[in-house]
Design a protein around this ligand. Structure first.
Ligand SMILES: Cc1ncc(COP(=O)(O)O)c(C=O)c1O
Length: 280
């Protein structure tokens, strides 16, 4: 696999960073994952805008202009032998003697790789997936896409331990998100999404889903979602760049409603398949 590290495209095995990189020592960096369909990045400007927002949030200057990022990402995509990809990019505060405060003169480390895009299987789309629930005990800046992901890792492991795909989280009695996806519900035909405050990642797929709903005239609301409403909803969906939209049909080992993906999900899934980039 060809990856990108600090100005060079090179084989994965040859990509090396020093152990004093602040990404390694502190998790001091941010990242993005851009889905690529048939060689075309999906919603790249939105991902680059979120990258800028995350960099601003950790007070790290963006090492590249938007045009430079786009050129690098397109070059990385072109170097992979598969068409549907997930481009992962991360920027850390660079290599410096260990000290919590920002180093004065470190250059940021920029790393990118691209893997085959692992979208849900036909069976997962058809039957829906299982989730478990947990109290959200992560920090209060979940709106920043930082590489310090141990909170999310521990949450995802709860799901893995239970043979489920995701852990859906609640903070102070309200729905936040899942370990690596946003969560939307459907109540009496209306799609309901929790607000994009500092407690959830502003998902690019979340935005796309609500945009597609608006274009198709499907009713939706953005408002806080009490836990009881989420667990009693007619439908629950996960959204992310790799999961697209995916119906949740099992929660904590029991069926959600009828235990099959609902009609609003089927509509949204079809819209998503139509709207995502196809072969040029
Ligand atoms: C915690 C979390 N929430 C939500 C999302 C969904 O964001 P997006 O739709 O931009 O992939 C992700 C994606 O990885 C995530 O890690």
């Amino acid at each position: 696999m060809t990856v990108y590290l600090n100005g060079q495209f090179l084989p994965l095995e040859d990509a090396r960073i020093p152990v004093l990189d602040r990404g390694f020592i502190y998790g001091d960096g941010v990242y993005e994952l851009v889905p690529v369909y048939q060689g075309q990045p999906f919603r790249l400007p939105q991902h680059l805008a979120r990258l800028q927002r995350s960099l601003d949030g950790i007070r790290l200057a963006n090492p590249h202009t938007e045009a430079q990022w786009e050129a690098l990402i397109r070059e990385l995509i072109a170097r992979q032998p598969f068409a549907d990809q997930g481009v992962y990019l991360q920027v850390t505060r660079g290599v410096a003697r260990r000290d919590h405060a920002f180093p004065k003169d470190a250059a940021p480390t920029v790393f990118m790789m691209s893997n085959p895009l692992a979208t849900p299987s036909a069976e997962q789309v058809e039957r829906g997936v299982a989730v478990v629930t947990a109290d959200d005990n992560r920090w209060h800046r979940c709106d920043l896409k930082t590489i310090s992901l141990v909170g999310n890792v521990l949450m995802r492991q709860l799901a893995a331990d239970a043979g489920a795909v995701e852990t859906v989280m609640f903070r102070d009695g309200f729905l936040t998100e899942a370990s690596a996806s946003n969560v939307l519900i459907v109540v009496a035909g209306t799609i309901v999404a929790p607000p994009k405050d500092s407690l959830i990642l502003p998902g690019i797929t979340y935005d796309a889903t609500l945009e597609f709903a608006q274009e198709a005239g499907l009713p939706f609301e953005v408002r806080p979602v009490p836990k009881a409403e989420a667990l009693g909803a007619d439908e629950m969906w996960l959204s992310s760049s790799t999961k697209e939209v995916l119906a949740v049909t099992t929660v904590d080992g029991g069926p959600l409603r009828s235990g099959v993906p609902g009609p609003v999900f089927r509509r949204m899934h079809a819209l998503f398949q139509q709207k995502k980039p196809h072969r040029p």
